[in-house]
Design a protein around this ligand. Structure first.
Ligand code: SF4
Length: 509
């Protein structure tokens, strides 16, 4: 989604280029910290682009300047340019105890969110295909030694049924999830599932974009996923701290840190230019993770000219046999809000995703600060949309903290002034990777994404909404229509909205 030219110009600016914070009279003459020698964002080796020493140096830098108002203001001023800040600067904003700076950061994050994404929130749902897994991730109940976990794999008819159930809710965009098991969940199984999902047309429903969140794999398999027309390839790093990573993944193919960390490079080599990063916050120190996550984004830009399309910010949750209290790096709500704001100002263009792991209250807070995509009505067990599992079953991958239906979430968003969007237009028009970035940079969001959000919301209101959503939605669409700057597009969209009322579907600009 990033413009290579912008990347070259320093969308993520290397910290060697950052002027040192101004020196006060009583400050030592200690030279500014330099990058660790092994750190190289262009390197294709995990240990060089996620360089442990560079992260430690960044944390040291942030500790040193966290109370330095001039240094903090300099970073905020740079972020005002909407070209991002680098990992060191972001960590400085993350850890400062200065409440005045925090208030300025939050205000800036809100403005950037509004300018780049407007008041649209993109909706999606996860679809769990199989919980067979060879790995042993200690935070996930699907790990291979959990003998209590009922193992389920959806067959073709189950996938069709789940897809219809998701369409009946109103979803147009899915994220496929499956454990890693080359025999039971081979790439052919995932490809078949993608095919089935795209082929199901039920009433006025259709899944128009299938994102895929499966284990790290080979360039050849990524090429197959690209050919199957997936949307975003999503892979959470879980933790970037190698020592922690190895302990948290004691066995199975995922134990290999480099294989996981270099997966996005293989995906790009396989032709997927739309990738989603993520950290499972709570496993390790969140300051370390923020620096590394942004270094990963810097690496993708430096090495491929395209940064991540999305960043997910899940926090660890309870599940069968998993007690979040047993992890000592839990991220408190206030720290979580700061994390979201830091990512928003560091990477203004990136889509940011929060799932139903988070409560309604928490989601409400972070929507303001930078989140642009949320799930709604999610089931995190295999087959859970057709057959919600009994409370006692415990086969979900994690405990959901927002149990509302999609329609309740849609109505809630509109009450808060957000437009729930079911748009999938960019992906279907081939506006991925650096082409999406160009759209953002051209300032055409209000003439493009905004109208598409209104038309897809209208479809939702016509086909799936309950009375409250319908009562809120039509006035919102009428008011938002007037905000489309181009008269030509405004008139076109007004006509399309009438067409949707008369039964036509699937328009986009
Ligand atoms: S996180 Fe993924 S790889 Fe790890 S045990 Fe769970 S399903 Fe398997």
């Amino acid at each position: 989604m990033h413009d290579p030219a912008a990347a070259r110009a320093g969308n993520f600016i290397r910290h060697e280029e950052i002027p040192s914070p101004p020196r006060r009279p009583n400050q030592s003459l200690q030279p500014p910290l330099r990058s660790a020698p092994a750190y190289d964002p262009k390197s294709m080796r995990a240990e060089n682009f996620i360089c442990h020493e560079e992260i430690l140096a960044s944390l040291e830098y942030a500790e040193r300047f966290k109370n330095d108002k001039a240094a903090l203001r300099a970073v905020l001023n740079k972020a005002e340019d909407r070209k991002g800040i680098d990992h060191r600067e972001a960590v400085l904003l993350l850890i400062t105890p200065d409440k005045e700076i925090e208030a300025e950061l939050f205000a800036l994050a809100r403005r950037i969110k509004q300018e780049f994404y407007g008041n649209r929130i993109v909706m999606f749902a996860p679809l769990y295909l199989s919980n067979h897994c060879l790995n042993s991730c200690v935070y996930c109940p699907y790990h291979r030694t959990n003998a209590d976990m009922p193992r389920i794999k959806l067959g073709p008819q189950d996938i069709e049924r789940e897809t219809r159930a998701l369409q009946d809710m109103g979803h147009k965009r899915l994220a496929l999830e499956a454990g890693e098991h080359p025999k039971l969940n081979p790439i052919e199984y995932i490809l078949e599932a993608v095919d089935i999902i795209y082929s199901v047309k039920h009433k006025n429903g259709a899944i128009r974009r299938v994102n895929v969140n499966i284990a790290a794999t080979t360039v050849e398999n990524y090429r197959k996923l690209r050919d199957a027309k997936i949307g975003t390839y999503i892979l959470f790093q879980e933790t970037y701290n190698k020592a922690g990573y190895v302990k948290l993944h004691p066995a199975g193919p995922k134990h290999d840190y480099a294989r996981q960390t270099e997966a996005m490079d293989r995906a790009m080599e396989g032709g997927i230019d739309d990738v989603g990063l993520g950290v499972l916050f709570g496993l390790q120190d969140h300051r370390y993770e923020l620096a590394a996550l942004l270094m990963h984004a810097e690496h993708l830009e430096a090495a491929h000219g395209v940064g991540p399309h999305t960043v997910s910010v899940p926090r660890i949750r309870a599940a069968d046999g998993i007690d979040p209290a047993s992890f000592t790096s839990g991220v408190k709500d206030d720290e979580f809000a700061r994390l979201v704001a830091c990512i928003r100002v560091a990477a203004p263009y990136v889509g940011m995703i929060v799932s139903t792991r988070e409560s309604k209250e928490c989601r409400e807070r972070v929507l303001e600060l930078g989140v642009s995509q949320i799930s709604g009505g999610s089931r995190t067990s295999v087959g859970g949309y057709c057959e919600p599992e009994p409370e006692t079953e415990l086969s979900a991958q994690f405990q959901v903290n927002d149990n509302r239906s999609l329609d309740e979430v849609v109505a809630w968003l509109m009450r808060l002034g957000h437009i729930p969007s079911f748009c999938t237009a960019c992906y279907r028009e081939g506006r991925t990777g650096d082409r999406f970035m160009a759209l953002c940079k051209s300032g055409q969001i209000l003439n493009c994404c905004h109208p598409n959000a209104l038309m897809t919301l209208k479809e939702y209101l016509m086909d799936y909404a309950g009375p409250e959503s319908r009562a809120l939605g039509d006035p919102m669409i009428a008011a938002e229509l007037t905000k489309i700057p181009s008269e030509k597009i405004r008139t076109l969209v007004a006509g399309r909205l009438k067409d949707i009322e008369n039964g036509s579907r699937d328009f986009r600009v």
